[in-house]
Write a protein that binds this ligand. Structure first.
Ligand SMILES: Cc1cc2nc3c(=O)[nH]c(=O)nc-3n(C[C@H](O)[C@H](O)[C@H](O)COP(=O)(O)OP(=O)(O)OC[C@H]3O[C@@H](n4cnc5c(N)ncnc54)[C@H](O)[C@@H]3O)c2cc1C
Length: 419
């Protein structure tokens, strides 16, 4: 059987980038992928459009990784958003910038990103075997010697880069295998948990709002009675609770608090651009306009239709009452409600439905300059399998590509100086 110089386990964003880089530096590289096709998660990312990275200045990037951003410092500087866009352009994928600095392919087709990476692998001469599930990383005397696939099939190489991803969206192939390898090899694994995940709410009225998307609202997260985070932007009501970009961003903190048994509330400000007084004045104007109408017919200018019955119910104001009979206290209560629609959060959805897995191989046991394991010689980690996670906006793919880039380079610079 042919021996290789580097084996990459997992053909996602990190694995494809690592494989191409290692081969570019002259190594004989084998990429093993469990699924029949490479890059299945990339293909569904960004709702099939792939939010590749963010336009933000790379020096501000780090703060968008609540999970160990500092670990990425040098890694992101070496392969930043500009480098990633140039790389993709070289393989025919031009990119564009949208709201919030989010970068997408001009084609709006995530498959083009997978195709670009596949072209890179072909050009660099990487051997690709798909439909191969790696079961074990083989180690002898503290050094990697290769990997074993299902059915006892072995592949040998003095360096292995594990890029098996997290454990969310398992249908894409990322089923948490890397965590099992890590534990067996003596690495500490920070408990995997959902990050960027929808939240479940106890209030039954959310069901009535299912499908309602709100733009330009502010969601604040209250843990144990204290405001801990606030995000402005877009959110969505679902049959179980809430989702959408701003909810996903605060979900990590919500999940952690719930895990500790703390009370978690979400407060939605439907009119965050106005102060209480300004909104009160606005409501008064509407009430004057509709003074002889019933309350239930007086909110059309203020709220989306599906939200009106819910707000009326929660306000406690008689929906059949005539508007000019609404008291000052009732109006103030309504204004407060519009700026503080409160949900009691009971849980996150499961880790399988999370966009990203937080937790993973402890960064303390990985050299950030090389992505090399500090536990086993010749072993490297890259991508979501590492305990690094970012918010929405292209940060997770950028991190996976950058870690893959670094590991692919380092393996050629380092691993062979030791064998
Ligand atoms: C629905 C969704 C939308 C997303 N949208 C975005 C977005 O727009 N922007 C963004 O930045 N991030 C997004 N993300 C997150 C981003 O896609 C991931 O963080 C990123 O793909 C991780 O790359 P990775 O290479 O580390 O892992 P993965 O892409 O998960 O790749 C891991 C690969 O390893 C393979 N594998 C696993 N175990 C084995 C094994 N034992 N043997 C062989 N192969 C194995 C898997 O089959 C898989 O192909 C999204 C995620 C989801 C689920």
């Amino acid at each position: 059987m042919k021996d290789y110089q580097v084996i990459i386990v997992g053909g996602g964003a990190a694995g494809m980038m690592a494989a191409g880089q290692a081969a570019k530096n002259g190594k004989n590289v084998l990429l093993l992928e469990k699924k029949e096709r490479l890059g299945r998660k990339i293909a569904i990312s960004g709702k099939g459009r792939c939010n590749i990275t963010n336009e933000e200045n790379v020096s501000d990037f780090i703060r968008n990784y609540p999970g160990n951003g500092r670990f990425l410092h040098g890694i992101l500087r070496e392969f930043d958003n500009v480098a990633l866009r140039q790389f993709l352009a070289h393989y025919g994928v031009e990119t564009k910038v949208e709201r919030g600095g989010r970068v997408f392919p001009v084609s709006d087709d995530a498959e083009n990103v997978v195709e670009a990476l596949a072209a890179f692998l072909t050009e660099m001469g990487v051997t690709i075997l798909t439909g191969i599930t790696v079961e074990e990383i083989l180690v002898e005397n503290g050094r990697v010697i290769g990997v074993q696939g299902l059915g006892q099939k072995r592949f040998y190489a003095p360096a292995v880069i594990v890029c098996t991803g997290g454990c969310s969206y398992p249908a894409t192939g990322s089923t948490g295998d890397g965590y099992r390898f890590a534990r067996k090899l003596g690495h500490k694994v920070i408990t995997p948990r959902p990050a960027l995940v929808p939240l479940k709410a106890v209030e039954v009225w959310v069901k009535e709002l299912q499908g309602l998307s709100l733009k330009n609202v502010e969601a604040s997260l209250w843990i144990g009675g204290k405001k801990k985070a606030a995000e402005f932007g877009e959110m969505l009501f679902t049959h179980f609770g809430v989702s959408g970009p701003i909810i996903l961003t605060i979900s990590r903190q919500a999940g952690e608090a719930l895990g500790k048994g703390e009370s978690v509330k979400l407060q939605i400000n439907l009119k965050p651009a106005l102060t209480f007084e300004q909104l009160d004045a606005r409501v008064q104007r509407d009430f004057q306009k509709y003074s002889n109408k019933q309350f239930k017919n007086a909110l059309d200018d203020l709220l989306p239709q599906s939200l009106i019955p819910v707000i009326i119910h929660l306000s406690g104001i008689n929906p059949e009452g005539v508007v000019h009979q609404i008291s000052r206290e009732e109006r103030k209560r309504l204004v407060a409600l519009l700026q503080g629609l409160t949900l009691t959060i009971t849980d996150t959805l499961s880790i399988e439905t999370a966009i990203v897995t937080a937790g993973g191989v402890d960064v303390k046991e990985i050299n950030p300059k090389t992505m090399a394991s500090k536990c086993v010689e010749g072993l490297y980690w890259a991508g979501e399998v590492v305990d690094v996670d970012g918010i929405t906006g292209g940060y997770n793919l950028q991190a996976a590509f950058a870690m893959g880039f670094r590991a692919g380079r380092a393996v050629t610079e380092e691993a062979f100086s030791q064998v």
